[in-house]
Design a protein around this ligand. Sequence first.
Ligand SMILES: Nc1ncnc2c1ncn2[C@@H]1O[C@H](COP(=O)(O)OP(=O)(O)O)[C@@H](O)[C@H]1O
Ligand SMILES: O=C(CO)[C@@H](O)[C@H](O)COP(=O)(O)O
Length: 475
Amino acid sequence: MTLVAGVDSSTQSCKVVIRDADSGALVREGSATHPDGTEVDPQAWWLALQEALDRAGGLADVTALSIAGQQHGLVALDERGDVVRPALLWNDVRSADAARDLVTELGPGAWASATGSVPVASFTVTKLRWLAEHEPENAARVAAVALPHDWLTWRLSGARGLDTLVTDRSDASGTGYFDPVAGEYRRDLLALALGRDDVRLPRVLAPAESAGEGPDGVTLGAGCGDNAGAALGLGLRAGEVSVSVGTSGVVACVSDSPTHDRSGVVAGFADATGRYLPLACTLNGSRVLDAAGALLDVDHEELSRLALAAAPGAGGLVQVPYLVGERTPDLPGATGELHGMTLDNLTRANLARAAVEGLLCLLGSAITGMREHGVAVEAVTLLGGGARSEAVRRLAPAVWGLPVDLPAPAQYVADGAARQAAWVLTGASAPPVWERPATARMSAEATPEVMERYAAAAEAVAARYVENDHSMPDR
Ligand SMILES: Nc1ncnc2c1ncn2[C@@H]1O[C@H](COP(=O)(O)OP(=O)(O)O)[C@@H](O)[C@H]1O
Ligand SMILES: O=C(CO)[C@@H](O)[C@H](O)COP(=O)(O)O
């Protein structure tokens, strides 16, 4: 049996799956946690990767490996290959002003046609502008810029020199200085952000191209962004839509053609197979549930039980869950709000329900955003850690008014990376055919009034944010 490994180096943890390259059957797996925070020393990811690989039984009998990773994070390297400063992650919104300036300087239409996306604070390009403005000494030391998955692949390959850095088209498309249609970097946009363009960028490999050799002689794949990894792991076909409830919330769709949404709601990313992956991403995801559980002092199971014990609409309580600011809608400095409190409705069950409904409504607005920009959404496949919540699974079809397909909880991002690794071994024109995960379809009577009340509350939050001149709170 030929074994392949897939890694998901995500925001909160590192997960490894080891699968049979031919059938895709799961053989073993392991995971390790990442530190909290929106700036992280990449060394912590490296240590977590070693720990997760050990827990998954090591690489001695593994033939190929690919890494999928959280997108956008700025890993700035100096001439010796050392990190210049801790990485700034996709959910670090300190570059919100830089994003606004960059969009003003070029215009949203020009960004969308050049890169498929209008940059928000998550994008690497805005972090480079922030670095140039706020840490000029660090900015001057930058000799190469990598993304989390590029850096880990490079370390596994022996970190032999900046010229050996590689990436893939899916993750490059989230930088803000890559054109996914031409498959080329836009160094002019990098220079616009950093003030110079004499910086080495990872070579962009083809989907099934090898990135060289790693430990134990393992063949390395190019890797990919985590959302592209999930699409490959689920085996999403063109037109199929997924909703991931991880640290971020992501509505994504595999598409044969590129998108260029100048409103910025839909990011026009590439997928890991040569196609496209238009997606709408929220900054708030599973942690809305984590926070509600902590507030009510219950675990996830009890939070679900409480939420399902309350009536739809939580007795009038509406949570707008902008707990870490928000990206879709683009309100990086906003804070969360709880609306509609009365003596009667302020119960633990309603608080739990409002948290689950608030999260689902936020994701529902992202689904609406995708629809408004041309993506047909007839049903969605639900994944990510937050999809383990029974309340999320049961309430999603009602809040979204859509059938929801539930695959068994699994590491679909890591699975996609493993499938890419198997593809590198075949060198074929398409990834190996692995059985698609079986899904159970959940349907429910739609409760549009929940989304309507949420939309009114979210509008009030947005209006206040604009009135307050986009002030960023201390977090
Ligand atoms: N049963 C559950 N109900 C709700 N949330 C859960 C449950 N199990 C895990 N989570 C949450 O899922 C998140 C981790 O999901 P994951 O998709 O691995 O995130 P990421 O890929 O961003 O690191 C955590 O916030 C965790 O608390
Ligand atoms: O910023 C994005 C996509 O644009 C996020 O989806 C990150 O890629 C982080 O993913 P998770 O850790 O939440 O899976």
